[in-house]
Design a protein around this ligand. Structure first.
Ligand SMILES: O=C(O)CCC(=O)C(=O)O
Ligand SMILES: [Fe+2]
Length: 369
């Protein structure tokens, strides 16, 4: 099983989706070999020639400055504070990673979904629900554009997961079993202000070192400003600058757990743009798995693939908090805890607003803090 072992990695590999869309079996094998390397040794990859039309991406990117330029009262009207599903607008500095403030302003959007949650259900069942969008009159066409974008990424994500099954030699359906027929996937639209707009005490953390939680993240770097960095196994930060026409795809903790750590989730962070360098924008899309999925020990990984993991080794230097809850808890529970831990400032509001759900989880978080 040929896998280029370059440890620790010093650059992010690029996968060419053209090798899939060409329909040639030889190209497909090449793609799968590249994918296997990226999965086992890096956990991050650029994807070029994706099936997402560049015009749609450009259309979405063009909306972003106008989205953030909406009057503050319009942004507040769709605040995440109104949402038991953690969807909507968050002011600059509302989230924390490893106890330090993230310097970013953001909107959490998602595909349409009606929450089935009712009193007595587990809190995490309320994690998916109605997204909040700005009124059509203020940003005509934005909602349709982002929903079209989310739908296409949802499809690309599923195609990708099927290719993961092929690359890891597991039977078809072994990874797709973790999806419901009707899912909610989400994205953020993020603004990282440059240091010109930050106070000295804010620091330069755009978002602190972390793992992503779910299966796959598809990140669109929506401006020319660099800042994304990926941590290799030796603890060194490797730059992942924007490359037009590509997505950055990375593996989340749930997929790492489901594959017995053959696929690795890799720590990453964003450093705020330095003074004078302009605002950085990005749109990460987070591919969810079923809230009820339990991924720990659920699939059989063939010996020859486990051998690749053994050759790679398990030693890793990381600045992230390692969350191991996926081994035993359902995905919804793990995600809910992650959400609440990031949202310190939300907690008093939540208690005040008495939003449905999450009381038990809040208590658990406060007790474990
Ligand atoms: O904005 C970026 O480039 C990365 C954001 C990220 O890692 C996240 O939101 O999980
Ligand atoms: Fe991330």
């Amino acid at each position: 099983m040929p896998v280029a072992v370059e440890q620790p990695f010093s650059e992010i590999p690029t996968l060419d989706w053209g090798l899939i869309s060409s329909g040639s079996p030889v190209d497909r094998e090449q793609f799968l070999a590249d994918l296997r390397h990226a999965i086992v040794n890096v956990g991050f990859m650029y994807l070029s020639h994706s099936p997402i039309p560049q015009e749609l991406v450009d259309q979405l990117v063009a909306y972003i400055p106008d989205l953030f330029a909406l009057p503050q009262e319009e942004k507040k009207a769709i605040s995440m504070l109104n949402s038991p599903h953690f969807l909507g607008y968050s002011v600059q500095g509302a989230e924390f990673t490893r106890g330090a403030r993230d310097n970013r302003e953001q909107f959490d959007f998602a595909t349409e979904y009606e929450s089935p949650w009712k009193a007595g259900d587990p809190d995490w069942l309320n994690l998916w629900g109605q997204p909040q969008f700005p009124p059509e009159s203020l940003l005509p066409g934005f909602r349709t554009t982002i929903q079209t974008y989310l739908d296409l990424l949802q499809k690309l994500g599923m195609d990708f997961i099927r290719l993961f099954e092929e690359a890891l030699l597991v039977a078809p359906g072994q990874l797709t079993q973790f999806y419901d027929d009707h899912m909610q996937h989400r994205c953020k639209v993020v603004k990282y202000p440059s240091a010109d707009y930050l106070r000295a005490e804010d620091g330069t953390q755009g978002v602190g070192p972390h793992y992503d939680g779910g299966f796959l993240t598809f990140l669109l770097q929506a401006s020319d400003q660099p800042g994304l960095q990926v941590q290799n196994r030796a603890g060194k930060w490797i730059d992942a600058p924007p490359v037009r026409g590509t997505f950055v795809v990375n593996i989340g903790k749930a997929l790492e757990t489901a594959t017995q750590k053959v696929a690795i989730a890799t720590t990453h962070r964003v450093v705020s743009p330095p003074k004078g360098s302009g605002t950085r924008y990005s749109v990460p899309f987070f591919q969810n798995i079923s809230l009820e999925a339990k991924v720990g020990g659920a699939i059989e990984v063939p010996k020859e693939i486990l051998e690749l993991k053994r050759a790679r080794g398990d030693e890793v230097v990381t600045d992230s908090v390692n969350f191991s809850e996926y081994e035993r808890e359902v995905s919804g529970h793990v995600q809910l805890i992650g959400r609440i831990k990031r949202r310190r400032t939300l907690v008093p509001d939540v208690v005040q607003a008495d939003l449905p759900g999450w009381r038990a989880v809040l208590r658990e978080c406060v007790l474990s803090a």
